[in-house]
Structure formats: structure tokens, C-alpha cells
Design a protein around this ligand. Structure first.
Ligand code: MV4
Length: 445
């Protein structure tokens, strides 16, 4: 087992990894930027190394400084958390070349899922359902026109290097195609230095349902059921839950098997997530694979009783997993608490937290790195806490969440708490009646 793990991240996920390492008897090294010198991950780690100025490129994205910090402190493994370098194939490679175990997938696994056309081709070969489309790069506008004619409008243009909505366009008819094709291509080129585009049939009003999987170094893969992440705004998830209110035992069986096939197709080892679009007829289509631990992993932990960070560390250390699939018999919901103003287009609200009371009690878990007096820096994402409510039924989980949200006191900055309080009382949300378009028409009162 590893003796010392460096955590190449900040905020709640750095703290989350430190907690599991403590329980496993593994020493920890925090790295931090000058903006994070008073952060809890710095205080709670066994050692801490300042790696530079606040901007990502000078600190949490600076590979040479992170490797140097691992070497100075004799760390034998690096946990990347999510974001930053978590899906950076060259970082995974440099860790390997430096004799430091990267707790996550190999560069090859990251690359094969990072390019969306390659990923889709791999899924087709593995027998995983994908959205019908161009089946490869679009050479030019003429090819785009003929593929669109074949599959029928509406269609969606996507960037092969994309993800998270960049370089993506919905097109309803041929008259819109040229403008959309050119602007999406330019956007992708600027954002990813790769302007390769492909096309899919547009799936209307889908749900975003993802399957948590784990694979070990011996080729065993299992799934830990699904999370429904349809409550998103501009590709930022705000609420996640497990099980999905839209799930049926038959659909879970089919999606679980497809997710395992997807992971097995690239000999995946680590924890990961297969994202699917699910239409109103419960047809499901592979969308992307996330080769990292995700923000919303906690809802799966609460319904399966697995510590997913521990599983990830055990897999990286070469331990076999049991290979059993899990179906939840509890219900968990997570609300992301961001320092943003929900009454003002979710504008970021960094600054000092002057008063803080975190909720607790039966069925409530709070994962957070903030404390009274903490100053939220403006340089990083605005998530300051995750509340996870767990209960026997969805209705009880929502009621527990509502109770916890109403106990939560954060003064000094604006937060998304008022948004979540209103969402938990929304009739359609409570009925499980929502798609990825839900928040487009949700109005704060
Ligand atoms: C789609 C789609 C509809 N049809 N693909 C959004 C991010 C990227 N990962 C893929 N996305 C979508 N792909 C087809 N063929 C709708 C979306 C989409 C979406 C998906 C999941 C969650 C929220 C979303 C919000 C807008 C669009």
C-alpha cells in the first residue's frame, strides 16, 4: 500500500481525499497556491508545499511544480481529484515516468475517451448504444449537409475535442447549418486547438443519467448503479441523485451492462463514469466517459456504502475488486452550494464568510472546506460545499434536504441555498418530472 499520497488539488475534494487517507493510515501531502494558504486542506494534511501563485497555470495546473513537490516529500502516489490535471494524459504519463503512481487511469485510457469520435467508435465496436450520426469527422459543410439530410433534422454538431457544451450547436434545418457549422468549428478550434466536428441526431428533452463503474487491474468491472444529473444550468450540475426517479429495474440492468462493456472495452482500471442521454421512451445513448472521480460521487457512496476514494486507492495499489454490481435500496440527493447569487444570474460571489453554521443531524452529510472567517478566492470554481441527504425514500430525502438547507447559515457571500430551497419545494421536481431543460424555465421567486 502507498505510504504517502500527494493531493494535486484544493477545496472540498482535497479534504475528501485526505480524510480517506487518514482512515487508511496513509500520510498526505497538500499542495497549495498562495491564495489557499489558509485552506483546510493545507491544515489537515500531514505536510504542505506551496507551489505558486493563484492562477491555475502557476499552481494546480503546473506539472513540474507538482512533481517536484512529490519528489521533495517522497510521496509515492498522486491523487488528482477532479478538474485541474485529473484527465490530463501527459500528467498521468509524467507521474509514471517519475516513478509516482497516478491514482487514476493510464494516459492511453484518458486519450481514448478524451477524443469523442474515437470514444464513440470504441463504443460502437463494444456494442454500446450511441446516437446515430456522422460516424466520424465531417470533412466540410457539404458532407455536413448530406449527413443531416440522411439522419433528419434537428441535428446536433459537436466538437470531437469537446465536452461541457463548447463547440456544440443544435440545428433545426438546412438554412441554419452553414452558420452553425462555421461558428462551432471556430469555437472548438479556439477552445481546444482542434476544430474537428461530428454530427448526431438531436435527442430532444433528454435526461442525463450516468453509471458509476469501477474496474481493477485484473479486468474485473462492476457498476454501482446510476446518478441522475439532469438538474443542470449551462452545463453546470446543481443537483444529483441516486437512484434516478426515471429508472426502472430493466433499464438499470441494460444501462449497467452497457456501462460495464464500455469500461471493459478500454480495459479501464480505476473508478469512472459512463454518461448517457436517456430519451422519453427510455432509449439510452452513450455520451461521454469521465475518467476521474466526480463531484457527485458522494450520492453513490451514500446509497451503496462504498468509500469510492478508498476503492480508487485500492485499485491503484493493485487490489482486486469483488466484481459485484450494486442496486441502491436508499435514496440520496446532493445539492451543490456555490458562492453565487441565484437572484442575479448565478453571478459569482467570492469574499469572506463572516458567519457560518453548517447543517447536520440524521441523514445529512456535508462535504466542505469552508469555515467562519474563510475567504473564498475569486480564482477557482465557486463550489463551497455539498450537502448530501440520504433516506429510505426519495420523498424523505427531499424533506431531509429541505430541513438541512433551512438550517444552513452563510453570511458574507451570496449562495445557491435559496435556489435549492425553492427547488426542493417545486412540484415537478418532487414528482421526479424533469429533464436537462428543467432549469431553463425555472424561475426564482
Ligand atoms: C446531446 C444532446 C442532445 N442530443 N447530444 C451536452 C454536453 C455534452 N456532453 C453533450 N450534451 C448534449 N448532447 C444529442 N445528440 C443534448 C446535450 C445537452 C445536455 C446533456 C446532458 C445534460 C445537460 C445538457 C444540456 C444541454 C444539452
Amino acid at each position: 500500500m502507498f505510504k504517502k499520497i500527494l493531493i494535486a488539488n484544493r477545496g472540498e475534494i482535497a479534504l475528501r481525499v485526505i480524510r480517506t487517507c487518514r482512515e487508511m493510515g496513509i500520510k498526505t501531502v497538500a499542495v497549495y497556491s498562495t491564495a489557499d494558504k489558509d485552506s483546510l486542506h493545507v491544515k489537515f494534511a500531514d505536510e504542505a508545499v506551496c507551489i505558486g501563485k493563484p492562477q491555475g497555470a502557476d499552481s494546480y495546473l503546473n506539472i513540474p511544480r507538482i512533481i517536484a513537490a512529490a519528489e521533495i516529500t517522497n510521496a509515492d502516489a498522486i491523487h488528482p481529484g477532479y478538474g485541474f490535471l485529473a484527465e490530463n494524459a501527459s500528467f498521468s504519463q509524467i507521474c509514471a515516468d517519475s516513478g509516482i503512481k497516478f491514482i487514476g487511469p493510464t494516459p492511453h485510457m484518458i486519450n481514448s475517451m478524451g477524443d469523442k469520435i474515437t470514444a464513440k467508435e470504441t463504443m460502437i465496436k463494444a456494442g454500446v448504444p450511441v446516437v446515430p450520426g456522422s460516424g466520424g469527422l465531417l470533412r466540410d459543410l457539404d458532407e455536413a449537409k448530406s449527413v443531416a439530410k440522411e439522419i433528419g433534422y434537428p441535428i446536433m454538431l459537436k466538437a470531437t475535442a469537446g465536452g461541457g457544451g463548447k463547440g456544440m450547436r443544435v440545428v433545426h434545418g438546412e438554412d441554419e447549418l452553414e452558420k452553425a457549422f462555421n461558428s462551432a468549428k471556430a469555437e472548438a478550434g479556439a477552445a481546444f486547438k482542434n476544430d474537428g466536428m461530428y454530427m448526431e441526431k438531436f435527442v430532444e428533452e433528454p435526461r442525463h443519467i450516468e453509471i458509476q463503474i469501477a474496474g481493477d487491474q485484473f479486468g474485473t468491472v462492476c457498476h454501482l448503479s446510476e446518478r441522475d444529473c439532469s438538474i443542470q444550468r449551462r452545463h453546470q450540475k446543481l443537483v444529483e441523485e441516486s437512484p434516478s426517479p426515471f429508472m426502472t429495474p430493466e433499464l438499470r440492468e441494460k444501462m449497467g451492462e452497457a456501462a460495464k462493456k464500455a469500461a471493459a472495452a478500454i480495459n479501464y482500471e480505476s473508478v469512472g463514469t459512463i454518461e448517457f442521454l436517456v430519451d422519453k421512451h427510455r432509449n439510452f445513448y452513450f455520451m461521454e466517459m469521465n475518467t476521474r472521480i466526480q463531484v457527485e460521487h458522494c450520492v453513490t457512496e451514500e446509497v451503496t456504502n462504498f468509500d469510492l476514494i478508498k476503492e480508487q486507492i485500492l485499485i491503484a495499489a493493485g487490489r482486486p475488486i469483488s466484481g459485484r454490481d450494486y442496486t441502491p435500496d436508499m435514496h440520496a440527493i446532493e445539492c451543490r452550494i456555490n458562492a453565487e447569487d441565484p437572484y442575479n444570474d448565478f453571478r459569482p460571489s467570492p469574499g469572506k464568510i463572516t458567519v457560518l453554521h453548517q447543517p447536520g443531524g440524521h441523514g445529512i452529510r456535508v462535504d466542505s472546506h469552508v469555515y467562519a472567517g474563510y475567504v473564498i478566492p475569486p480564482y477557482y470554481d465557486s463550489m463551497i460545499a455539498k450537502i448530501i441527504a440520504v433516506a429510505r425514500t426519495r420523498e424523505e430525502a427531499i424533506n431531509t434536504m429541505y430541513r438541512a438547507l433551512s438550517e444552513y447559515v452563510i453570511e458574507g457571500v451570496k449562495t445557491t441555498i435559496p435556489f435549492h430551497l425553492q427547488l426542493m419545494q417545486n412540484e415537478d421536481f418532487r414528482a421526479g418530472n424533469f429533464t436537462t431543460k428543467f432549469l431553463e424555465s425555472f424561475k426564482m421567486v
